[in-house]
Design a protein around this ligand. Structure first.
Ligand SMILES: Nc1ncnc2c1ncn2[C@@H]1O[C@H](COP(=O)(O)OP(=O)(O)O)[C@@H](O)[C@H]1O
Ligand SMILES: [Mg+2]
Length: 255
């Protein structure tokens, strides 16, 4: 279990995270949801270990990580911009982390991930020949071969849309379930957070606004921020479609 206790973080005297206390259970998928600039990436970086908290503690399965170096924590992140190596092909990107630590994943495990993420036909392609969704899958595979104890994803779907987005979402879920992998995903999109995760952590002005299962957030929003800024976005989307086309069930019936 990952535990954050009274975490505080300021940049240049400006508080970004004011008082964050939360627990993430093993194998759980948790989304961190909030508007741009609210401190989501900072929170992810704190867990990863590339940003240190001003106050508070982080522990994993009872072990204090607060001042532990990033490499020793055994967590891994997929960055927002994928950060793939443009001069290497897909297979070389996926196995890059194994070059000095070949025992972490066996050849079979690497092959399984390649198939699970649908990358077999792309292995010899250069990264710049790939679509956004394909790059995202390579970034996921590259991180997964290192067998992280916790998988951190910073806005993994925000550069994707439509069917591709849904397909990556499914793959993230499949990986998390199949590997019983604790997965923490940053997003600014309520729909993404509510459909992808076991629990959603909503951040407002550096504090936790609500941390609950998706159905609880929808049916029992804890405060005005959750109601107005999270749930209203979904309502507006639905109403826009309705205003233009009417009842969507009629639309579906004609297809
Ligand atoms: N290394 C840093 N130095 C100074 N300010 C930072 C740094 N990292 C983030 N910030 C500031 O902290 C706030 C939260 O940033 P961030 O965590 O990236 O937000 P989000 O990911 O929710 O969009 C922003 O105002 C940002 O400018
Ligand atoms: Mg961010």
């Amino acid at each position: 279990m990952l535990k954050l206790d009274h975490i505080q973080k300021s940049f240049d005297g400006v508080p970004v995270l004011r008082d964050i206390t939360l627990q993430v259970e093993d194998g759980e998928i948790v989304s961190i949801l909030g508007p741009s600039g609210c401190g989501k990436t900072t929170l992810l970086n704190l867990i990863l270990g590339i940003v240190e908290a001003d106050n508070g503690t982080i522990s994993y399965n009872g072990e204090d990580l607060t001042h532990m170096a990033m490499e020793k924590r055994g967590f891994n992140i997929v960055f927002q911009d994928y950060a793939l190596f443009p001069n290497l092909n897909v297979y070389q990107n996926i196995t890059y982390g194994l070059r000095n630590k070949p025992n972490i994943s066996s050849k079979e495990e690497v092959e399984d991930l390649i198939d699970l993420l649908g990358l077999r036909e792309h292995l010899t392609k250069r990264v710049d020949q790939l679509s956004g969704g394909q790059k995202q899958r390579v970034a996921l595979a590259r991180t997964m071969v290192m067998k992280p104890r916790i998988l951190l994803l910073d806005e993994p779907l925000s550069a994707l849309d439509g069917v591709i987005k849904e397909s990556i979402k499914d793959r993230i879920k499949t990986i998390a379930r199949e590997y019983h992998l604790t997965t923490i995903i940053v997003t600014h999109d309520p729909e993404e957070a509510l459909t992808l995760s076991d629990r959603v952590l909503i951040i407002d002005k550096g504090n936790i606004s609500q941390y609950a299962k998706p159905e609880e957030i929808v049916h029992q929003p804890k405060n005005d921020f959750v109601r107005k800024f999270i749930l209203n976005q979904l309502e507006i989307k639905r109403n826009n479609i309705y205003a233009l086309f009417g009842d969507m069930t009629q639309l579906a019936a004609t297809m």
